[in-house]
Ligand binder design. Structure first.
Ligand SMILES: Cc1cc2nc3c(=O)[nH]c(=O)nc-3n(C[C@H](O)[C@H](O)[C@H](O)COP(=O)(O)O)c2cc1C
Ligand code: SF4
Length: 438
């Protein structure tokens, strides 16, 4: 049966008003006294706009570990997580729903890549080795001079239990469900990927061994939150350059989704990527302007460990951008094929930009729900326009200027003046108002 954007949908027993969701975008809210205010300011407008579901940006489940970017919000202290309750309350006030996203950066953590963070660790004698599933293709215990802490079997179970605990704290705080940061080079992707995982215990070897981490995390979360909604992103590393022979194929990604349904996940978000933290996750232009913005230059040098390294990283980012130009709805084929193999909802994200495209994706059965990320930075109340006007197109230009400053801990906001000007015009014209606005 053909569905439309306005049709309700059920995920893990939770009914959502419509099929548009805000994809997870880091809030960089940290764990300070202003964390709640930052999150509410960022997420409440999306709920006001009428979006069916908000996936909050990833929260690492251990303090001082697994943090992929500066000023992420750790979710291991029950008192702190319970204190986030005004965030789901703000969303619920407008009839919306919100899932907390939980994750761990593994080898992508600050310990590996952030020069300033590593320097601070050295001076404060704190932990410097990122926990990860394996040393992968390097066949060594170091990357970039950083010692890796390859998790023992017992430590993998402990990490799963910690994720379960954080899930409970979030549900107790009023979040409607849990979304796992299963892709974007998170530790979940590193477990699943043959590029990283060279373990010889139950969490390595075959695809089912490499997917077992998703299973034990599922079980640990279920033990804590019962049948509340539980969803995850799922990677296929089909964008890997030709010289990376060992990676997750599309068939592997489909098989992982099938296994996740069997484990008991309530929905999946299939995404194609490389095995790296690069522009395959956020296809679009190379953000030259943001990389050259003087106000962030010192922050870039601090993050990458000096001016020279900042220039090298910038060049690598430029190279990555050449193979990852914007492509409308780039996960469509993956989602469509997953949907033919599972009965749980399949959520599509990545390059979804106008109402006509949304109607086609939902109407032709590519997916059950559509998500957008960057367009919500550009227009926090975007859902109002997309839901009210079936000729609407987002203002976001996929220029990616919002992204580089985030390595310095800067807030995730649209940084393109022309887009902000157009947003002002749309606002003046009443495009973000809804019939049920107070
Ligand atoms: C600044 C930024 C932060 C992101 N943070 C997360 C995150 O915390 N967790 C996650 O799963 N994906 C994250 N993503 C990926 C988005 O959820 C989404 O998959 C991606 O932006 C593609 O969708 P879009 O083309 O609509 O932006 C992030 C993307 C951006 C641009
Ligand atoms: S800076 Fe603005 S227009 Fe550019 S990608 Fe980010 S949100 Fe979109």
């Amino acid at each position: 049966m053909s569905v439309t954007l306005e049709d309700p949908i059920e995920i893990g027993g939770l009914e959502l008003d419509n099929r548009l969701y805000r994809a997870p975008l880091l809030e960089h809210a940290g764990n300070g006294e202003d964390a709640v205010e930052i999150m509410v300011n960022e997420l409440e407008p999306s709920a006001e706009g009428g979006v069916g579901l908000i996936m909050q940006g990833a929260m690492p489940v251990r303090s001082g570990e697994g943090c992929a970017a500066p000023r992420m919000t750790f979710a291991d202290d029950p008192e702190f997580v319970h204190g986030l309750s005004p965030v789901p309350e703000a969303v619920h006030r407008h009839g919306g729903h919100i899932f907390a996203q939980l994750g761990h950066g593994g080898i992508r953590s600050l310990e590996t890549w952030h020069g300033g963070y590593r320097q601070r660790c050295r001076t404060t004698d704190s932990r410097q080795s990122p926990s990860c599933p394996g040393s992968g293709r390097w066949r060594t215990d170091s990357a970039d001079g950083v010692r890796l802490n390859v998790l023992s079997t017992e430590e993998v179970y402990e990490l799963a239990d910690d994720i379960g605990q954080s899930a409970r704290y979030a549900i107790e705080a009023g979040y409607d469900g849990i979304h796992i940061a299963g892709a974007t080079m998170s530790i979940f992707q590193q477990f699943a990927s043959p590029f990283y995982n060279n373990r010889d215990d139950e969490f390595g070897g075959s695809l089912s061994g490499r997917t077992r981490f998703f299973e034990v995390v599922h079980d640990a979360i279920r033990a804590e939150i019962g049948d509340r909604p539980l969803t995850t992103k799922v990677p296929a590393e089909t964008e890997a350059p030709w010289w990376i022979r060992s990676h997750l194929s599309l068939a592997d990604g489909i098989e992982i989704c099938r296994m996740l349904e069997e484990f008991g996940y309530d929905a999946v978000v299939p995404v194609t990527e490389t095995p790296f933290w690069d522009q395959s996750i956020i296809k679009g232009e190379f953000p030259e302007r943001a990389w050259e913005d003087e106000q962030f230059e010192d922050g870039y040098a601090e993050a990458f460990g000096g001016e020279l390294r900042y220039r090298v990283v910038k060049a690598a980012a430029k190279f990555s951008a050449t193979g990852n130009e914007f492509e409308p709805g780039w996960n469509e084929e993956f989602c469509r094929r997953v949907r033919a193999h599972v009965d749980i909802p399949v959520l599509q994200v990545g390059g979804i930009r106008d109402r006509e495209q949304i109607d086609r994706l939902l109407g032709s059965g590519a997916c059950d729900m559509v998500g957008m990320g960057r367009p919500f930075y550009a227009e926090p109340r975007l859902a109002a326009r997309i839901l009210e006007d079936d000729t609407s197109e987002v203002l976001c230009e996929n220029c990616n200027n919002c992204i580089p400053p985030q390595v310095t801990g800067a807030t995730g906001i649209c940084r393109t003046p022309e887009v902000l000007r157009q947003r002002g015009e749309q606002k003046k014209a009443g495009a973000y108002e809804r019939d049920n606005d107070p």
